[in-house]
Design a protein around this ligand. Structure first.
Ligand code: FAD
Length: 421
């Protein structure tokens, strides 16, 4: 098969590796719009738009250390090597991805600085037309493929909630996508909006610089973790005035910055409408197993589920898709795939989950992984991965300040001193 892979982050690299492996030996081209592999793990000081007028993709901040242990973060048969810390620094993950890329000799298949602008099914010959711009030469080409794996990530298009008064607030407003270093918050009074992993991590990080941090969220209970003294928790911001935030309990605070840690939108700007993929309240439809386009099964979207063992899951999803594309497993009838999606939607709604939580796994991840492995008849992921993931997520919630600590003290990105126990 001739396959296009869009994006050379952790998902795109896994796709490429399995496509070119001896098992299938597909003909593959991986298009990457930036000048490096690694996707969101590539740290860039710059925010906004790049020199080609494209939105800066990465949301990585300078101090970032993974919120999962390395045992969870590697690929199934390519692990993150033993090192002095359990929770790797961002630089270690990027090095790891480069090592993976070299080990499996993937670079010759990657076209850097190639931006995919449009993907369309061609009904006539059941192929895909992919329109790509070579950014260096400003040249556009259209290539034909049998199948497409979309690996463009889902942490690049900020989700910013509508808050009455947002337009008259005279302080600063920033989304975590554009956050790099904490200096911006020196001496400021800040509302951090959202208490997901980023909101919690960043509230803690900026508390060293900010004067006061108000972590605003709509969780029914306060988060049971110990924050520094200058961090308080409050309910939702219901209104902004020129200088104040008004909270749901009627209290007001004078503030300098609103820091939106409110997540991201799934976005596939290059998929033509005829691809049959829609984003509805941040639920991507119509997909079989959060992965395969039901309308056009030779289109796969790798990496949508969140709160998962990401790189491991990418590898599993890719192997699942390839088994089907190569006819070793048959896709169910379209009606059956739609039915399975509808059943899962109903099950999740019964549990009180909104559409935006449709791709959330967390405690369900083990079931998802074993289902993929069983259906495709492929090597499953070891269940211990899900256990470790769930366990470390609990540690994160319970002890935000210390959950990564081990017997080592970090001096900078690459240097550690061992502490006596
Ligand atoms: P990305 O890494 O986003 O890669 C997508 C690639 O596609 C990019 O290189 C992009 O340039 C390219 N691309 C996009 N559009 C186009 C186009 N039109 N044409 C060509 N190329 C295109 N996960 C963990 O497991 N542990 C963590 O601790 C963790 N921390 C995180 C912290 C932050 C701040 C963020 C943002 C994410 C974190 N994640 C973490 C999740 C992380 O996103 C995944 O681990 C994983 O790296 C996602 O890989 P990806 O390949 O799906 O997407």
């Amino acid at each position: 098969m001739k396959i296009a892979v869009i994006g050379a982050g952790a998902a795109g690299l896994a796709a490429l590796r399995h496509c070119i492996s001896g098992t299938y030996g597909d003909q593959v081209v991986c298009y990457e719009k930036t000048d490096q592999i690694g996707g969101t793990w590539v740290y860039r000081e710059q925010t906004g738009f790049d020199r080609y007028g494209l939105l800066i993709h990465t949301s990585m901040y300078k101090s970032l250390r993974a919120n999962l242990p390395k045992e969870v973060m590697g690929y199934p048969d390519f692990l993150i090597p033993e090192g002095p810390v359990s929770y790797p620094m961002r630089t270690q993950i990027l090095d790891f991805l480069n090592t993976y890329c070299d080990h499996f000799k993937l670079r010759p298949y990657i076209r850097l600085l190639h931006h995919v602008e449009l993907v369309e099914p061609v009904a006539r010959d059941r192929k895909w037309s992919v329109k790509v711009k070579d950014l260096q030469n400003d040249a556009v080409a259209i290539e034909s493929f049998d199948a497409v794996m979309v690996c463009n990530g889902h942490y690049f298009e900020p989700m910013i909630p509508n808050v009455p008064g947002q337009n008259i607030f005279t302080g600063k407003q920033i989304h975590s996508h554009d956050y790099r270093v904490p200096d911006f918050f020196n001496g400021k009074k800040v509302v951090v909006m959202g208490a997901g992993p980023s909101g919690m991590d960043l509230a803690l990080e900026i508390s060293k610089n900010a004067n006061r941090v108000i972590l605003s969220h709509h969780l029914t209970e306060t988060i049971d973790t110990v924050f520094p003294e200058n961090v308080v928790q409050k309910g939702d911001v219901v209104e902004l005035t020129e200088r104040e935030a008004v909270f749901v309990d009627g209290t007001k605070e004078q503030i300098d910055v609103i820091f939106y840690c409110t997540g991201y939108k799934y976005s596939f700007p290059f998929l033509a409408e005829s691809c049959g993929v829609r984003v509805d309240s941040n639920m991507v439809t119509h997909l079989w197993k959060h992965l395969v386009s039901i309308k056009n099964p030779t289109l796969a979207l790798i990496g949508l589920p969140f709160y998962v063992c990401a790189f491991n899951m990418f590898d599993l999803q890719v192997r699942f898709v390839l088994r089907h594309w190569h006819g070793e497993r048959q896709f169910p009838a379209q009606a059956d795939m739609l039915c399975s999606e509808a059943e899962e939607t109903a099950r999740r709604a019964e549990r009180g989950l909104q559409k935006k939580h449709f791709h959330m796994m967390g405690p369900e991840q083990e079931h998802y992984y074993s289902d993929l492995a069983n259906v495709a008849g492929i090597t499953p992921l070891p269940p211990v991965l899900s256990k470790l993931h769930n366990e470390s997520s609990m540690r994160f919630l319970k002890d935000l300040v210390h959950f990564r600590e081990d017997r080592y003290k970090i001096i900078d990105d690459y240097n550690f001193v061992k502490l006596s126990c």
